[in-house]
Each structure stands twice: as C-alpha cells, then as structure tokens.
Design a binder for this molecule. Sequence first.
Ligand SMILES: N[C@@H](CCC(=O)N[C@@H](CS)C(=O)NCC(=O)O)C(=O)O
Length: 220
Amino acid sequence: MLTFYHTPLSVNSRRVWVALLEKDLPFEAHVVDLGGDQFQPDFLALNPFHHIPVLVDNGFTVIESFAILDYLEAKFPDISLSAMTAEGVATLRMVEMVTVNELVPAVNPLIKKMMGFGQDPAEVIDEAKQKAGVVLTFYADKLGDRPYLCGDQLTLADVVAGTFAPWFESLGLPMADYPSLQAWTERLMARPAWQTTQPTAEDLAAFRDRMKARMAAQGQ
Ligand SMILES: N[C@@H](CCC(=O)N[C@@H](CS)C(=O)NCC(=O)O)C(=O)O
C-alpha cells in the first residue's frame, strides 16, 4: 500500500497527488499540517528535511517530489506518464527543470501579491511578470499545436507545469496572450485529477489567514 504525506495547497505535493490519481493508484493520504507537524519526530524520521510530499511504499520511503514521480513511473508503468521518444524525454525534463528553476523563483513576488502577504515595488512586479512571461512563451513553444507538452499523451511535463497553470491568471499573467496555453490549461482542468486536487476558495482563505497570523507572530 502507498502512503502519501502531503498538504493539499502545496504545488510540490499536488504534482504527486495528480500523478497518483492519473495513474489510478490506490493510496492512503495523510495531511501534514505545516504549522508544526512536519517537525514531529515521526515525520522527521520519514523526512529529516521536514518537507512534504513524502511517499512510503511498503516500508520504502521516498522524499523529493521529482524522485517520487520517477519512482511511481518505474514501479507502476501500466498507466504511463513518461515520454517515449528521445525528444519527448528531453522535453519532459526541460519542462520540469524550467518550472522549478525559472518559473518558481520568477513568480514569488506575484504569489506574495496574490496572497496579500505584502506588496513589492512596481518594478519588482514588472520584472517578475517579464520573467514568468519568458517561461510561458517557452511552454507555448513546446506545446505547439499539440494537445500536451510532449505530444498526444499526457506526461509528467503536463503534470509539473500544469499544476501551476490554474494560477497563472490570478498571478497577473493574462492567459489571453497565450491562447494555446489557455486551451491546454482548460484541457487539464477538465480532468478529474485536476478537479479533485484544485484548492477551494475556502482552502485558500484559511491558508492566507494562517500565514498572516504566523507572520504577525514572527513580527514580519
Ligand atoms: N524539493 C522539495 C520541496 C518540498 C517543499 O518545499 N515542501 C514545502 C511545502 S511546498 C514544505 O514541506 N515546507 C515545510 C517546511 O519546510 O518546514 C520537493 O520537490 O519535494
């Protein structure tokens, strides 16, 4: 049995959650409250770096979302999210790396603004949008006129970039500027795995309140 430790609002968790659902794998989910449960000895025994997600498969523990995705592909290949051609393998890895190395740092000020955690100067916001725009153009270029980033089949490239996609518009990145990406986002969001894992407005509001309380307690 697979045991999945996660926090529903985390994009790092969500990419694994979506993969589990897309691969139709049974799993037991444990929600970790990042208000402190990640520092409990039981959890630190699973992940000494106190991060979710964590996957445990019959006593074998996997940390780091990308290692978990690779593990699931290797162990449960029946419903595959892997690319099958050399170009597909390279595209998949490029999308994964560009998402974590380029998109994530670029959108930090936009997330802060969206969540109401503070307001950076206009030039910081403009630079963030410009950098995020380069990533969106990269995704659109890889997508071309195909349904998914690596071709006709959904792969981990779509899972990794596509768990950010529902947020682009709210982050201030107008999807009308990227019609093919907008259609791809809608295609993904129509899938049960995306619908099941999409945080509700209430989830977001509760998260925002918790974070603001924590920042106030820390005098930020
Ligand atoms: N590189 C890790 C990042 C995981 C990560 O940063 N998780 C955050 C939530 S999004 C976390 O657990 N934060 C709690 C903490 O660090 O105490 C992965 O991809 O799994």
